[in-house]
Ligand binder design. Structure first.
Ligand SMILES: Cc1ncc(COP(=O)(O)O)c(C=O)c1O
Length: 171
Protein backbone atom coordinates (compact mmCIF):
# COMPACT_ATOMS: atom_id res chain seq x y z
CA UNK A 1 0.00 0.00 0.00
CA UNK A 2 1.28 3.43 -0.90
CA UNK A 3 1.35 5.83 2.01
CA UNK A 4 1.45 9.59 1.73
CA UNK A 5 3.38 11.51 4.38
CA UNK A 6 1.33 14.59 5.24
CA UNK A 7 3.12 15.57 8.44
CA UNK A 8 4.35 18.84 7.02
CA UNK A 9 5.07 20.78 3.84
CA UNK A 10 8.74 20.15 4.66
CA UNK A 11 8.33 16.50 3.67
CA UNK A 12 6.29 17.02 0.49
CA UNK A 13 7.06 18.53 -2.89
CA UNK A 14 4.69 20.87 -4.69
CA UNK A 15 3.06 19.24 -7.70
CA UNK A 16 3.74 20.54 -11.20
CA UNK A 17 0.41 22.39 -11.12
CA UNK A 18 1.35 24.02 -7.81
CA UNK A 19 4.75 25.05 -9.18
CA UNK A 20 3.08 26.49 -12.28
CA UNK A 21 0.66 28.46 -10.10
CA UNK A 22 3.59 29.89 -8.13
CA UNK A 23 5.44 30.88 -11.29
CA UNK A 24 2.36 32.55 -12.74
CA UNK A 25 1.24 34.29 -9.55
CA UNK A 26 0.82 38.06 -9.87
CA UNK A 27 3.47 40.03 -8.02
CA UNK A 28 3.04 42.52 -5.20
CA UNK A 29 4.51 43.43 -1.83
CA UNK A 30 2.51 42.69 1.28
CA UNK A 31 4.29 45.50 3.17
CA UNK A 32 2.53 47.90 0.80
CA UNK A 33 -0.68 45.84 0.94
CA UNK A 34 -0.52 45.16 -2.80
CA UNK A 35 0.21 41.43 -3.00
CA UNK A 36 -2.97 40.26 -4.73
CA UNK A 37 -2.56 36.65 -3.60
CA UNK A 38 -2.22 37.57 0.09
CA UNK A 39 -5.09 40.04 -0.18
CA UNK A 40 -7.32 37.44 -1.80
CA UNK A 41 -6.44 34.86 0.85
CA UNK A 42 -7.10 37.28 3.72
CA UNK A 43 -10.32 38.66 2.28
CA UNK A 44 -11.84 35.36 1.22
CA UNK A 45 -11.05 33.64 4.53
CA UNK A 46 -12.41 36.56 6.56
CA UNK A 47 -15.61 36.42 4.54
CA UNK A 48 -15.96 32.65 4.82
CA UNK A 49 -15.31 32.63 8.57
CA UNK A 50 -17.39 35.72 9.28
CA UNK A 51 -14.58 37.97 10.52
CA UNK A 52 -13.99 41.66 9.82
CA UNK A 53 -10.57 41.04 8.32
CA UNK A 54 -7.92 38.39 7.90
CA UNK A 55 -4.17 38.39 8.40
CA UNK A 56 -1.82 36.00 6.63
CA UNK A 57 0.87 34.66 8.97
CA UNK A 58 3.47 32.31 7.55
CA UNK A 59 3.71 30.01 10.58
CA UNK A 60 1.34 28.57 13.15
CA UNK A 61 3.57 29.52 16.07
CA UNK A 62 3.66 33.11 14.86
CA UNK A 63 -0.13 33.15 14.44
CA UNK A 64 -0.70 31.88 17.96
CA UNK A 65 1.70 34.40 19.48
CA UNK A 66 0.17 37.29 17.54
CA UNK A 67 -3.30 36.23 18.69
CA UNK A 68 -2.24 35.97 22.33
CA UNK A 69 -0.35 39.26 22.34
CA UNK A 70 -3.20 41.02 20.55
CA UNK A 71 -5.76 39.92 23.11
CA UNK A 72 -3.66 40.13 26.27
CA UNK A 73 -1.50 42.66 28.04
CA UNK A 74 1.50 41.85 30.22
CA UNK A 75 0.34 40.11 33.40
CA UNK A 76 -2.89 38.85 31.82
CA UNK A 77 -3.74 35.20 31.80
CA UNK A 78 -4.93 32.89 29.08
CA UNK A 79 -7.06 29.82 29.62
CA UNK A 80 -5.72 27.04 27.45
CA UNK A 81 -5.91 23.27 27.04
CA UNK A 82 -3.07 21.19 28.46
CA UNK A 83 -2.71 19.64 25.02
CA UNK A 84 -2.92 22.87 23.03
CA UNK A 85 -0.05 23.48 20.68
CA UNK A 86 0.50 27.02 21.94
CA UNK A 87 0.84 25.73 25.51
CA UNK A 88 2.70 22.51 24.93
CA UNK A 89 4.93 22.94 21.91
CA UNK A 90 5.82 26.59 21.46
CA UNK A 91 8.62 27.01 23.99
CA UNK A 92 6.42 29.05 26.33
CA UNK A 93 6.42 31.93 23.82
CA UNK A 94 3.37 33.62 25.34
CA UNK A 95 5.13 33.82 28.72
CA UNK A 96 8.63 34.44 27.40
CA UNK A 97 7.78 37.10 24.84
CA UNK A 98 4.36 38.38 25.94
CA UNK A 99 4.50 38.09 29.75
CA UNK A 100 1.14 36.30 29.51
CA UNK A 101 0.70 33.46 31.96
CA UNK A 102 -1.16 30.31 31.01
CA UNK A 103 -4.00 28.82 33.03
CA UNK A 104 -3.96 25.29 31.56
CA UNK A 105 -7.04 23.05 31.80
CA UNK A 106 -7.50 19.39 30.88
CA UNK A 107 -8.82 18.83 27.39
CA UNK A 108 -11.77 16.53 26.84
CA UNK A 109 -11.15 13.41 24.72
CA UNK A 110 -12.31 15.24 21.61
CA UNK A 111 -9.84 18.07 22.17
CA UNK A 112 -12.35 20.68 23.31
CA UNK A 113 -12.51 22.20 26.78
CA UNK A 114 -15.99 21.95 28.27
CA UNK A 115 -17.47 25.43 28.66
CA UNK A 116 -18.27 24.87 32.34
CA UNK A 117 -14.58 24.10 32.95
CA UNK A 118 -13.62 27.38 31.28
CA UNK A 119 -16.27 29.27 33.24
CA UNK A 120 -15.01 27.79 36.52
CA UNK A 121 -11.45 28.87 35.71
CA UNK A 122 -12.38 32.53 35.25
CA UNK A 123 -11.09 34.34 38.30
CA UNK A 124 -13.09 37.01 40.10
CA UNK A 125 -12.19 40.64 39.54
CA UNK A 126 -8.72 41.28 40.87
CA UNK A 127 -8.53 44.33 43.10
CA UNK A 128 -4.76 44.39 42.93
CA UNK A 129 -3.54 46.73 40.25
CA UNK A 130 -1.38 45.16 37.59
CA UNK A 131 0.45 48.09 36.20
CA UNK A 132 2.67 47.57 33.21
CA UNK A 133 5.20 50.41 33.30
CA UNK A 134 3.64 53.64 32.12
CA UNK A 135 0.31 52.08 31.25
CA UNK A 136 -1.65 53.17 34.31
CA UNK A 137 -3.79 50.86 36.37
CA UNK A 138 -4.58 47.60 34.72
CA UNK A 139 -6.56 44.74 36.19
CA UNK A 140 -5.67 41.25 35.17
CA UNK A 141 -7.81 40.01 32.33
CA UNK A 142 -8.26 36.52 31.02
CA UNK A 143 -8.58 35.27 27.51
CA UNK A 144 -9.51 31.77 26.44
CA UNK A 145 -7.51 30.09 23.69
CA UNK A 146 -9.48 27.47 21.83
CA UNK A 147 -8.01 24.71 19.77
CA UNK A 148 -9.14 21.16 19.24
CA UNK A 149 -5.66 19.59 19.47
CA UNK A 150 -6.01 17.84 16.15
CA UNK A 151 -8.87 15.74 17.52
CA UNK A 152 -11.53 17.59 15.59
CA UNK A 153 -14.19 17.40 18.27
CA UNK A 154 -16.26 19.65 20.39
CA UNK A 155 -19.96 20.22 20.14
CA UNK A 156 -20.60 22.34 17.07
CA UNK A 157 -19.46 25.93 17.20
CA UNK A 158 -18.31 25.68 20.80
CA UNK A 159 -15.29 27.85 20.13
CA UNK A 160 -17.48 30.85 19.36
CA UNK A 161 -19.72 30.15 22.33
CA UNK A 162 -16.78 30.16 24.68
CA UNK A 163 -16.31 33.91 24.84
CA UNK A 164 -16.64 34.83 28.51
CA UNK A 165 -18.94 37.84 28.58
CA UNK A 166 -16.97 41.02 28.73
CA UNK A 167 -14.10 39.42 30.64
CA UNK A 168 -11.93 38.23 27.89
CA UNK A 169 -11.61 37.20 24.33
CA UNK A 170 -11.48 33.97 22.48
CA UNK A 171 -9.38 33.00 19.52
C1 LIG B 1 -2.28 23.48 16.10
C2 LIG B 1 -0.90 23.93 15.70
N1 LIG B 1 -0.53 25.18 15.99
C3 LIG B 1 0.70 25.63 15.64
C4 LIG B 1 1.61 24.82 15.00
C5 LIG B 1 2.97 25.35 14.68
O1 LIG B 1 3.07 25.63 13.33
P1 LIG B 1 4.46 26.13 12.71
O2 LIG B 1 5.35 24.95 12.64
O3 LIG B 1 4.03 26.62 11.34
O4 LIG B 1 4.99 27.23 13.56
C6 LIG B 1 1.27 23.52 14.68
C7 LIG B 1 2.25 22.66 14.00
O5 LIG B 1 2.21 21.46 14.06
C8 LIG B 1 -0.01 23.06 15.05
O6 LIG B 1 -0.39 21.80 14.78
Amino acid sequence: MKTIDLRSDTVTRPTTAMQAAMLAAPLGDDVFGDDPTVNLLQDSLAERLGFEAGLFCPTGTQSNLIALMTHCQRGDEYIVGQEAHCYKWEAGGAAVLGSIQPQPLDNARDGSIPLERIAAAIKPDDVHPHAPAGAGEHHRRQAAAAGLCGRGGGPGPWARLAVPSGRGALF
